[in-house]
Design a protein around this ligand. Structure first.
Ligand SMILES: Cc1cc2nc3c(=O)[nH]c(=O)nc-3n(C[C@H](O)[C@H](O)[C@H](O)COP(=O)(O)OP(=O)(O)OC[C@H]3O[C@@H](n4cnc5c(N)ncnc54)[C@H](O)[C@@H]3O)c2cc1C
Length: 408
């Protein structure tokens, strides 16, 4: 790293990528694709080869995929790219000015550049009472094993009706569990998608025999005999459960960077080109960068993949010449056999207009912020949804979005 320089990375230097999951892997692959021939180290706290998280709450949890099918890249592919994987090792500190990175075995790296891609960790709730979370391959395996051990009719309480909680409810209902989902908000996902679309998506639970209790939360938990848990809700009711899972959000994994002098504020704060400092870029769930006029952090698969690529491009261009990272955000969620998809960056206060179908069934809904088309949400309308991508990339007006609507 050249301490006070925005110069491009030397192609035969050393880069350390910290975080061996989607964003980190895409950054490493992107560096090789774009001509970096130097030493490339991929440090990952997990023992596994880089793997994909979306199947953990879907196919892997359902038992339809063996866990290793979620692997993103095998050892041979890493070898072919000359990527030195240091798996099962955690980075413990980064001295940006001195260009020193320390790992948990005491070893030191002195890279020319660093990619920060350590993602997020789940928020825990009543972990000491056996409440599970779902982030890793081990979490998915343990949740499945606990459900299977109880068998058909396993009583599952899911705390949080966000995407992870809702996917757990959906997958486990397919396994014969009897499920109650607890949500603090009046409408699930209202803070991300607004009450209209959030309400429509929350309706999926009831239509598939899963009880959704809103405007309540967990007050206390008591473990009884035989592994049963009594979940006391703040509305005064009690749910008995064999398994309890919390899907109540995540926090950026930045604790190892506390002494780095980087700006840490709900993630690693970056400039428009994804640089957190000269020679240091960030990508994926932990990166917060200026997007649409405000610092933004987005925790979705496509964003992590695009940012990993963007971080590689940025390093090779150098800080002074790095292009602004301007994606069209996208995410999907699979629930109860339906596909939820959202393009763009809607805000809960945006006006929502349904242009195809109905909110009670399948639909396409456009979001309006001022005169602009800010986002599109769809339930099981993949072709129609994707037709808006180019419009969003071009910064189209809401009226142009309406004109492009293709019902059916
Ligand atoms: C169960 C589940 C289902 C999901 N489903 C969807 C979906 O359907 N659609 C969608 O759009 N998104 C989905 N997501 C979100 C998506 O998977 C994430 O946005 C994506 O994984 C983020 O990638 P990342 O590389 O930034 O971070 P992560 O995947 O969190 O990876 C970070 C890696 O860094 C490692 N690490 C942490 N600290 C250190 C350290 N100090 N040193 C070294 N390594 C470290 C971690 O162990 C981890 O392996 C899902 C997520 C989960 C958990």
């Amino acid at each position: 790293m050249s301490p006070a320089s925005g110069d491009p990375l030397e192609l035969d230097g050393t880069v350390v990528v910290v975080g061996a999951s989607l964003a980190g892997l895409r950054a490493a692959q992107g560096l090789r694709r774009d001509g970096f021939v130097g030493r490339l180290v991929l440090v990952g706290a997990e023992d596994h080869l880089p793997y994909d998280r979306p199947p953990l709450s879907k196919q892997v949890l359902a038992g339809k995929w063996a866990p290793d099918r979620a692997t993103l890249c095998d050892q041979g592919a890493l070898d072919d790219l000359g990527i030195e994987a240091r798996l099962g090792h955690r980075a413990v500190s980064l001295d940006v000015a001195g260009r020193r990175l320390e790992l948990d075995d005491g070893s030191m790296e002195s890279p020319d550049a660093v990619v920060l891609a350590t993602g997020c960790r789940p928020r825990h709730l009543f972990a000491d009472q056996g409440v599970m979370v779902l982030r890793t391959i081990e979490d998915s395996g343990e949740l499945r094993a606990r459900g299977v051990a109880v068998g058909e009719g396993c009583r599952l309480v899911v705390i949080g009706a966000g995407f992870i909680g809702s996917e757990v409810a959906s997958t486990c209902s397919g396994l014969g569990c009897v499920i109650t989902v607890i949500e603090t908000l009046p409408v699930p996902m209202a803070s991300a998608l607004g009450t209209t679309v959030g309400g429509a998506l929350g309706g999926l639970h009831g239509r598939h025999g899963v009880e959704l209790k809103t405007q309540t939360s967990v007050g206390a938990l008591t473990r009884g005999p035989g592994g049963t848990t009594s979940v006391e809700l703040t509305d005064g009711t009690t749910q008995d459960a064999d398994v309890v899972v919390a899907g109540i959000g995540v926090v950026p994994e930045v604790s190892w960077l506390e002494d780095s002098a980087l700006t840490l504020d709900n993630g690693v704060v970056c400039d428009a080109g994804l640089f957190a400092a000269d020679g240091v870029v960030a990508a994926g769930d932990l990166a917060r960068w200026p997007f649409e006029g405000e610092l933004t952090r987005i925790e979705h698969w496509q964003m992590a993949a695009d940012m990993g690529n963007g971080a590689a491009t940025a390093l090779l261009a150098g800080r002074s010449a790095a292009p602004a990272f301007v994606p069209v955000p996208y995410f999907w969620s699979d629930q109860y056999g339906e596909k939820i998809q959202v393009l763009g960056h809607p805000s809960p206060d945006d006006e929502v207009v349904v242009v195809d179908g109905t909110l009670e069934e399948r639909f396409v809904a456009l979001y309006r912020r001022g005169d602009a088309l800010s986002g599109v949400a769809a339930l099981s309308r993949p072709r129609q949804l994707m037709s808006y991508r180019a419009l969003l990339a071009a910064g189209a007006s809401f009226d142009e979005g309406l004109a492009a609507a293709k019902p059916g």
